[in-house]
Design a binder for this molecule. Structure first.
Ligand SMILES: N[C@@H](CCC(=O)N[C@@H](CS)C(=O)NCC(=O)O)C(=O)O
Length: 204
């Protein structure tokens, strides 16, 4: 028993955390969360969202970007991110946070517009969805403009690339962008990332 426990759900953002754990090579237990509003899960993460990771040293961490940066701090030799203190590290963190705070929430607005407006009319929900699509178009364009190819920062994959592939899989127009299509294929050439992808049912 490794002491790490990943709380996960198929098709969700826990995919990138599983990929990180597999890239590190540390063992972990898995708990599939089918009911994120269950009291026992809310006791772990009051936001009622996956991913959640219980660390071997005790704490329970939520928020995908925070979990990934914590794992990078704990296992720097795994190179989830470029070496600390380098320009490449700064850029990889910038784009990771950009995606977690812009594209991920826009994707949730796109698929669950009714959760993002007090007006439950079809017209209001459609307006939320259309604005989310517009936001994702703008944000994926910014991301694409930064991709050096095949990965964001050139030849070496970081966990930021796995995050980008995950978000692109949720939104078809992003997958059509040539730079993103190349990046996703390159991510899936990595056996650890491909295993997390398959286990979470991505690429369907
Ligand atoms: N900001 C959070 C967002 C997490 C999130 O919204 N997760 C979704 C799945 S992708 C979730 O658990 N939603 C509640 C549910 O599915 O019941 C993060 O980056 O981890």
């Amino acid at each position: 028993m490794s002491g790490y426990t990943l709380y996960w759900k198929p098709g969700s953002g826990s995919m990138v955390v599983e990929a990180a754990l597999r890239l590190i090579g540390v063992g972990f237990d898995e708990v599939r969360v089918d009911e994120t509003a269950a009291p026992e899960f809310l006791a772990l993460n009051p936001a009622g969202k996956v991913p959640v990771l219980k660390l071997a040293c005790g704490p329970v961490i939520a928020e995908s970007a925070a979990i990934l940066m914590t794992l990078d701090d704990m296992f720097p030799e795994a190179r989830l991110l470029p070496p600390h203190g380098t320009p490449a590290h700064a850029k990889a963190v910038q784009w990771l946070v950009f995606m977690a705070t812009n594209i991920y929430p826009a994707c949730l607005r796109y698929y669950y517009p009714e959760r993002h407006t007090t007006d439950q009319s079809p017209h209001a929900c459609e307006a939320v969805k259309q604005q989310a699509a517009r936001d994702m178009g703008r944000d994926f364009a910014q991301l694409t403009g930064a991709v050096q190819g095949p990965f964001l920062l050139g030849q070496t994959m970081t966990i930021t690339d796995v995050y980008a592939a995950m978000l692109a899989d949720w939104y078809d127009p992003a997958k059509q962008l040539p730079e993103i299509a190349i990046l996703v294929n390159a991510v899936l050439d990595n056996p650890a990332a491909a295993e997390a992808w398959r286990h979470h049912g991505f690429g369907a």
